[in-house]
Design a protein around this ligand. Structure first.
Ligand code: SF4
Length: 505
């Protein structure tokens, strides 16, 4: 395993000094090549202020957020004087052994777990990113994706900025460094108001923690507290509230869209650096990304997902003997569907949780080996049954077809597929790695054509209105639904990516 250690003396490559733990994990595989059935999670961020073992608290928080990115992880700590930073490729538990955590002293920490959405998929772009700027040492960890970086990066480079990475997160630090604002907090607010797109950010200097969300609130970010009877509370920020549970911390509130929160020894202060922009939080966090035991944008994911399943049953129920989720993300919606439809719920597909980025021989790929490694049908539950499969998305359609074939191959009499969100017809530019429009099956084929392609007896998606009602969207406001509608809340999108199949500029 290759790790980077950034201490006060600079960057030290510790790959030879640190113990190898677990198999080496290669860069993210090509999604099409591995026929990845899911859209890629983006990133998870955490921040800890005021804990004697801040690094371990950050590690535990990242452990709870591992589902948001498995490519790399990093933790930076500060002890009031120095700022240390260790990041590596692989899973949080593989990188942060006891030995490694001991190299991260301090009462403050920020952490990041990542699947790359912009910038190269390399250790160089793993986060936190630490930059020595005119405003002092700053470490930053970012969830989301900026959409106007080209212009800003060019302007900063003309002004003499030297970029250490190709990650868009560094643009924010360079903007801070080049800001003419007199104080650091003014410089951060000034910089955040210049960038457009999705960002939930945590930052750390030698003695302060900052947390901020973009003005539209695309990505979640919550604040929690660990109470100490004999001293000041530990303040925690995390992408999802499930991280607080592992620390036995309590949820305080969400960081608001356009809000910048600062935590120092004197306590928590906040300012609204941007306002007047309509909120467009990512609705797909509720459909798929977030854990069901998290509360995001003020609602429990378990409840919204359950309502998606119930609404799906109301909209497109079909006579059946058994409701089967495509594990794991389809489980909660399937429970809601089954209860609403009054049809038994069964785990008819079992997922192997220990399949990593297994190397699959090319000839095995052709024989659907990748899907069979991950999922196995429970023959006695499926044989002779009319099965409704519940899943949360169809991207290219190839994986759905393999699953339908698998269930039919296990003896199912009928296989009906129900999807707990509308058809995915447009790519995301806000931190979710989606294929371009030409590769999205629903952007290029009718629902009946998709049904024939995946070889299901019937296929139905949740309506957009049904999805809005499941997340309690008042007047259908407050959410980004661009991957279902093609209506992007920001001005900047990559035109090449939104062309349908066969089209060219
Ligand atoms: S385009 Fe889709 S995935 Fe991206 S932010 Fe909007 S709702 Fe979320």
């Amino acid at each position: 395993m290759k790790l980077l250690f950034q201490g006060v003396e600079g960057i030290i490559d510790q790959s030879e000094q640190l113990r190898r733990c677990g198999p080496a994990i290669a860069a993210a595989p090509n999604a099409a090549e591995n026929d990845d059935p899911k859209l890629r999670e983006e990133c998870g961020v955490v921040a800890i202020h005021g804990h004697p073992d801040a690094a371990r608290q950050a590690f535990l928080s990242l452990y709870a957020l591992q589902h948001r990115g498995q490519e790399s992880a990093g933790i930076a700590t500060a002890d009031g004087q120095h700022l240390a930073n260790i990041k590596g490729m692989g899973l949080v538990s593989e990188i942060f052994t006891d030995d490694v955590l001991q190299k991260l002293p301090g009462t403050m920490a920020i952490g990041h777990t990542r699947y790359s959405t912009t910038g190269d998929s390399a250790l160089l772009n793993a986060q936190p990113i630490r930059v020595d700027s005119t405003k002092g040492l700053i470490a930053i960890a970012h969830n989301g994706n900026l959409v106007n970086l080209g212009n800003i990066r060019a302007r900063l480079e003309r002004d003499g900025a030297y970029f250490q990475t190709t990650s868009d997160s560094e643009i924010i630090v360079q903007l801070i460094a080049h800001s003419r604002a007199g104080t650091l907090v003014d410089a951060i607010a000034d910089s955040l108001s210049q960038v457009d797109g999705a960002f939930s950010i945590v930052m750390m200097t030698r003695d302060r923690i900052f947390a901020a969300r973009d003005p539209r609130g695309f990505r979640p970010l919550s604040m929690g507290r660990l109470k100490h009877p004999d001293g000041p509370d530990t303040i925690i920020f995390a992408s999802e509230t499930c991280a607080f549970d592992l620390l036995r911390a309590e949820y305080i509130r969400d960081v608001l869209p356009g809000e910048l929160v600062m935590v120092t020894e004197d306590g928590v202060t906040s300012r609204q650096y941007a306002s007047g922009v309509p909120q467009t939080s990512c609705i797909f966090e509720h459909v798929y990304f977030a854990r069901p035991d998290s509360r995001i944008y003020g609602q429990w994911v378990q409840e919204t997902r359950d309502r998606m399943g119930r609404q799906l049953a109301r909209e497109s129920s079909v006579p059946a003997d058994v409701i089967v989720p495509v594990p794991d993300s389809g489980v909660t919606a399937a429970l809601g569907y089954a209860e609403e439809a009054g049809i038994p719920f069964r785990f008819g597909l079992i997922r192997n949780h220990y399949v990593g980025r297994t190397f699959i021989e090319p000839e095995q790929r052709v024989r659907d080996f990748g899907v069979r490694l991950k999922l196995n049908p429970v023959h006695n539950l499926l044989e002779g049954k009319r099965v409704v499969l519940i899943d949360d998305s169809i991207i290219r359609g190839t994986t759905s077809r393999k699953i339908v074939r698998m269930v039919r191959g296990a003896g199912a009499k009928e296989v009906h597929l129900r999807i707990s969100c509308p058809p995915t017809i447009s790519p995301c530019f806000y931190g979710v790695d989606t294929p371009s429009k030409s590769e999205l099956i629903a952007a290029n084929q009718s629902i009946d054509e998709i049904r024939r392609f995946i070889e299901a007896d019937s296929l139905a998606y949740l309506s957009l209105d049904g999805l809005y009602s499941a997340v309690n969207a008042e007047n259908k406001q407050g959410y980004c639904t661009a991957c279902y509608t093609g209506n992007y809340p920001t001005q900047w999108v990559d035109v090449d990516e939104i062309l349908p199949a066969g089209a060219s500029l």
